[in-house]
Design a protein around this ligand. Structure first.
Ligand code: BGC
Length: 371
């Protein structure tokens, strides 16, 4: 009898030691294991992440997924990252499954505020902590918001377009605007940013206000159709504010058909390989680089703390006008990228020289100082 008790106790001690090691903060433990045991800190809960799609921007799969995965693995927490592929029903199904499978933290990039809110409210009612990642869910209930200063992103786009038009010495340019998805609060903030730069120029007569349209779901194919119609109706468009690199590329494909690429400056956002190559080729005026590693790291830090049952403090907040509340936030700084500083994006490790400087762009890369 004695012996049996001893064996059992030793077994429990060993188990508890093993789990303690697993749950350590050293970051050297296996990716999918959490810690636990009597003397160990409580086992962190699972973290679920839902990304929006893989078409509106390359970033979600090539950058966000990668950096979030790296951060969670380094911390040794259990996580599941899924992509809703633009499907709002699927988005809700994934959220339900994650909660059923034991997620205690849910991080979402919504497809629209309505479905985002439903997901957040349901999670909250089941005691699951929530984070809005990149896009704020208007009227939502997320405990935290992690993103960039999105009005600043738009401001950089507006100022970038002005710089390119000034360099080209275009007089009284007619400006077209292709805004992002009308259901993405970021698209609204980007527009506030660039309209803040462009409106005074329209008002003073320095620039001429041309067509201005939203692109549903940031859909690149629709953007091409929309811009083709804009150009048919107003062939003298001399500058295009496109809200991201995908929309910018759609515009460039249409401009190419008329041999207008390179003559009409086009903006972008996300510093995608395609966007940067368009800049190197001289077809795109600028993009906005958002260091997604910083955004993902900040979000992962919060998620991991929440998974451990902590209530992490952050120093910023954003106002949700629909829910009329201030949401604790972490906002990173965006950077404008022109031909001259494409190299900064490579130096930061966001894109590699190999991806960017394919044979076709080798000379331009050299010219841009990418070694
Ligand atoms: C993001 C952009 C992205 C766009 C389309 C926005 O909410 O902030 O980086 O290009 O969605 O996916």
């Amino acid at each position: 009898m004695r012996k049996r008790i001893f064996t059992l106790a030793a077994g429990v001690a060993a188990l508890s030691l093993g789990l303690t090691a697993c749950g350590s903060d050293s970051g050297t433990t296996s990716a999918q294991e959490g810690g636990g045991g009597a003397s160990a800190p409580a086992k962190p809960g699972k973290i679920g992440v839902i990304l929006p799609d893989s078409k509106s921007s390359a970033r979600w799969e090539t950058a966000d997924r990668k950096y979030l995965t790296e951060a969670f693995q380094a911390a040794g927490v259990e996580f599941d990252i899924q992509n809703a592929q633009g499907d709002k029903n699927q988005f809700q199904t994934i959220a339900d499954q994650m909660i059923t499978n034991g997620a205690t933290v849910l991080m979402i990039t919504n497809l629209d505020s309505g479905t985002g809110k439903a997901v957040l409210d349901k999670a909250k009612s089941q005691g699951v902590a929530t984070i809005d990642y990149d896009r704020l869910t208007l009227g939502g209930s997320a405990s935290y918001y992690v993103s960039f200063d999105n009005t600043k992103v738009g401001q950089l786009q507006g100022e970038g377009l002005v710089k390119c038009l000034t360099d080209k010495k275009v007089e009284k340019p007619i400006i077209a605007r292709l805004n992002g998805s009308p259901t993405d609060n970021n698209a609204t903030l980007f527009k506030q940013g660039y309209d803040g730069v462009l409106k005074p120029k329209f008002d003073s007569g320095e620039y001429v206000e041309g067509p201005d349209q939203w692109v549903p779901d940031w859909d690149n194919a629709q953007a091409a159709t929309i811009f083709e119609q804009m150009l048919t109706q107003q062939p003298k468009i001399a500058g295009v504010l496109a809200a991201n690199d995908g929309l910018g590329n759609a515009v460039i494909t249409i401009l190419k058909k008329q041999n207008l690429n390179g003559k009409v400056p086009v903006t972008g956002q996300d510093a995608t390989v395609q966007g940067l190559q368009n800049i190197l080729a001289g077809d795109q005026c600028m993009t906005v680089y958002k260091a997604i590693k910083k955004e993902a790291d900040a979000a992962a830090r919060l998620a991991i703390a929440l998974a451990k049952g902590e209530q992490p403090a952050v120093s910023q907040s954003v106002h949700d006008p629909e829910g009329n509340r201030d949401v604790p936030a972490v906002l990173e700084e965006p950077q404008a990228i022109f031909f001259e500083n494409v190299k900064d994006v490579v130096a930061d490790g966001f894109v590699t020289k190999e991806e960017l400087c394919t044979d076709e762009f080798a000379d331009k890369c050299k010219e841009a100082g990418i070694e």
